[in-house]
Design a protein around this ligand. Sequence first.
Ligand SMILES: Nc1ncnc2c1ncn2[C@@H]1O[C@H](COP(=O)(O)OP(=O)(O)OP(=O)(O)O)[C@@H](O)[C@H]1O
Ligand SMILES: [Mg+2]
Length: 582
Amino acid sequence: MLKTLSAELKEFKRDSILTPLFMLGEVFMETLIPFLMAMIIDTGIKQNNLPYIFKTGAIMMIVALLSLMFGCLGAKYGARASMGFGRNLRKGMFRNIQNFSFANIDKYNTAGLVTRLTTDVTNVQNAYQMILRMCMRAPASMICSMIACFLISPRLASIYLIAVIVLGFALGIMTVLAMKYFQAAFKKYDALNESVEENVSAIRVVKAYVRGDYEKNRFHKASSNIYEMLVKAENIIVWNSPFMQFTVYSCIVLVSWFGAKMVVGGSLETGQLTSMLTYCMNILMSLMMLSFVFVMISMSVASANRIAEVLNEKSTLDNPSNPIHEVKDGSIKFDNVEFKYNLKAEEPVLNNINLDIKSGETIGIIGGTGSSKSSLVNLISRLYDVTSGTVSVGGRDVREYDLDSLRNQVSVVLQKNVLFSGSILDNLRWGNPNATDEECIEACKLACADEFIERFPRKYNTHIEQGGNNVSGGQKQRLCIARALLKKPKVLILDDSTSAVDTATDAKIRKALSESIPGTTKLIIAQRISSVENADRIIVLNDGKIDAFDTHENLIKNNEIYRDVYESQTKGNGDFDEGGAN
Ligand SMILES: Nc1ncnc2c1ncn2[C@@H]1O[C@H](COP(=O)(O)OP(=O)(O)OP(=O)(O)O)[C@@H](O)[C@H]1O
Ligand SMILES: [Mg+2]
């Protein structure tokens, strides 16, 4: 984990080394100040030596200024290193998430990824800043002050040593106790983010189902859980301060008491006593800082692990070393394909699939809900890899192609499709960033999107809200088809992409596609027989297996499932599931 995270330090390595060095400089200067003070009192004032006092005072001032300068530089470099580290971690994770395959995405939930990119990075970033500034400073300050104390008076210094041991022990116990709660609280952030994420992105559904109160409770529970854990942890941590103060004041009383006796007895100078008291603060504050650093480190370990997990996640789809960039034609072949989403699952989602589709053919795919229609087509553009067997496009195994090239030439309109915030043209250019306005308009005409876009006051510059919330379901589908067309693909896959479009428009889109891109292989998944009956051939899927693959006419004659659905749909508008496919 440390190796993965430290690899993200990159350009901030120098700052990360300089920060503790500056902090050490600050400590060294700070330790000198009480020493100089003692010299002023014990030599300058005692001997009434004014030039000596001025000289030492001036040195003290320079030392103080240097200490200030080192402190400021340490803070500046520390902030830069830790914020930069945080930025690199976010960038690294985001970059890796972009390379995730669908299978990788299935593994993490969105809320978990959001927590990792936000709360977890902030935790690690804060802990890192603390480590850079305090991990050297606190022990160094404690050791330097302790050495100085022992040089002045070993007897008085032993009081501090005992105090350090007692306080260290107490702080250690408190830290361990509090840590348990801190770690539990951070684990609960996922639940909180999940609740927020789901609610905000699906607020309309929450309202439609009047689930507001339920969701409020869920959020309340998630945030209360965190609140309780943090309060419990803080209840322990608050004891730090009184305990610390008690020890400091006890030390001061004891050192003043014994020190005063020694001054009277002549074995200690007054100035030395004052510096001993200053060192007391230094030593015990450093100890407190150390305990604080310890809490922060332990709080961030869980976060660091979660970040490293994302950074180390390898995409389940690898690009071949000598990839093919050009898909020759739109022919598709499935050879004994078996597919499971989870390798441990007993039953495959697709079983024994053999298909031979010629380039330029229009293929309909029909089957009940969950019969694996989407799973089948997702293998063609290699959104998932087959478990066994091969899928070939243009005569070559899809695993031999460069992923981007393959996906640019096999265009899929996913069943769960989204638009992004931006203008209609921006959205269309996801299909092809270099498409001219004319090409975009042409694609929209084919997808029958042109007719409604022309009615918008700002036409193609109309702003689309996040997720495409300001266009209707059917309009969204048509824009998604247009977007896919702009790729000028060799294979076009429409996964239930006209389900929200009326039958007449649906027919118009199909006609336009067959006339204007005749060479493109088209795979059309649909629930309505009318959407596929004109296809060259139709695949009937049942429970992950091919039940039949033939023309509409032959299927009506020979395939029971198809005939049942056809009859129910032509008679009573029934859909596929009602037709008894399953
Ligand atoms: N990402 C996934 N992870 C695990 N299982 C999945 C995933 N997606 C689908 N499945 C499972 O695979 C099976 C086939 O799903 P698929 O989405 O291919 O069906 P479909 O025929 O497209 O259904 P629909 O008509 O509802 O779109 C289902 O049992 C489903 O639960
Ligand atoms: Mg589907």
